[in-house]
Design a protein around this ligand. Structure first.
Ligand SMILES: NC(=O)c1ccc[n+]([C@@H]2O[C@H](COP(=O)([O-])OP(=O)(O)OC[C@H]3O[C@@H](n4cnc5c(N)ncnc54)[C@H](OP(=O)(O)O)[C@@H]3O)[C@@H](O)[C@H]2O)c1
Length: 300
């Protein structure tokens, strides 16, 4: 993606510790000098968001003016995915007259990096947030779910409820309370069966980001974009989120290359996702806008 965004060279470093981070940054910034270093960007990935944040803190603190560059933090693509998911839901609610996201109760099904960051973004927006582990293989489920809520509180300063819901009845309990449900479970694992959906009265928007069959939600299609799956329940599928995430990542990489000083984290990713969504005007809507008010007869 970096090559696609115009970078000339991508140099990967694996298993980077905070100590390595400092050396890598200093080697890069001092050898290139203040002017050229602006075209360097540090992309912090990896599978573990907490470790990525630790490396990020060292990378950021190892720079000082005039030796500054852009830094992108996006472990497992989770920051851009979570930002795309939250931005998409926010816009979908408004465009379907379903109210503001900040007033909603949101259930996040999945406690991986994507689920955690989605929980952080939603809680920061003022939503009432539950984050759930649905993994029937967990023996420490309740303790684990509570530890995730504590981690999000201590690291990001947000209050969310951690829940363990491995059975159908327990899932239903959570889903009944939610206006918005984000399925961020691991790939190829179904978490919501059709029968469970039929029991729901309150859920307005249901998002599934698992693109590997079987999808997280039975009956969801990859390109669903607020399709009414059953009365009152609107689905957003994995490719709809994935398409926005892809555009977002590309935009961030491009901006980082020309900007030379910004930190692209999940907060900035959400702002950019909102901007990209604002620009999206469907051809049908555009025709409507262009043809209104109706042209006067006889005019060109
Ligand atoms: N559409 C896109 O653009 C896009 C981009 C990036 C990622 N993704 C997708 O986003 C999803 C989440 O990714 P991630 O990296 O955050 O997390 P992940 O590591 O893929 O999945 C984590 C979650 O899956 C749960 N899990 C694992 N095995 C399970 C089982 N047998 N039954 C039920 N739950 C199980 C884990 O349970 P515990 O809570 O017990 O640990 C955890 O909550 C994945 O499906 C990934 O493919 C989509």
């Amino acid at each position: 993606m970096a090559y696609d965004a115009g970078y000339n060279a991508v140099i990967p470093y694996e298993n980077v510790t905070p100590e390595d981070g400092k050396k890598i940054v200093q080697d890069a910034i001092f050898s290139r000098g203040p002017k050229a270093v602006k075209h360097t960007c540090f992309f912090i990935g990896g599978k573990n968001a907490e470790k990525a944040e630790e490396v990020f803190a060292v990378v950021r603190d190892s720079m000082f003016p005039p030796f500054k560059t852009s830094i992108i933090v996006d472990p497992s693509g989770a920051y851009t995915t979570a930002a795309a998911m939250v931005g998409k839901v926010e816009k979908a609610l408004v465009s379907h007259n379903l109210g503001a996201l900040k007033d909603k109760t949101c259930a996040i099904l999945g406690t991986g990096a994507v689920g955690r960051i989605a929980a952080v973004l939603l809680a920061k927006l003022g939503c009432n947030v539950m984050i759930a582990s649905l993994n029937p293989k967990r023996t420490d489920g309740e303790e684990y779910a509570e530890s995730i809520a504590r981690l999000l509180s201590s690291r990001y300063g947000v209050q969310v409820q951690g829940v363990f819901a491995p059975t159908g009845d327990e899932k239903l309990e959570i889903l009944k309370k939610a206006d918005v449900v984000l399925c961020a479970g691991t790939r190829g694992v179904r978490v919501i069966e059709r029968e469970l959906l039929k029991e729901l009265k309150l859920v307005k928007v249901l998002v599934d980001i698992n693109a590997i069959p079987p999808f997280g939600v039975e009956g969801m299609k990859l390109k669903d974009d607020m399709r009414e799956m059953i009365p009152g329940i609107f689905g957003i599928g994995a490719l709809t989120v994935g398409d926005l995430k892809h555009k977002l990542e590309k935009q961030i990489l491009r901006e980082a290359r020309s900007n030379g000083k910004e930190v692209y984290n999940f907060n900035l990713a959400l702002q950019l996702a909102r901007k990209l969504l604002q620009k999206e005007i469907s051809p049908a809507k555009l025709t409507l806008m262009l043809s209104y008010p109706p042209a006067k007869q006889g005019s060109n």
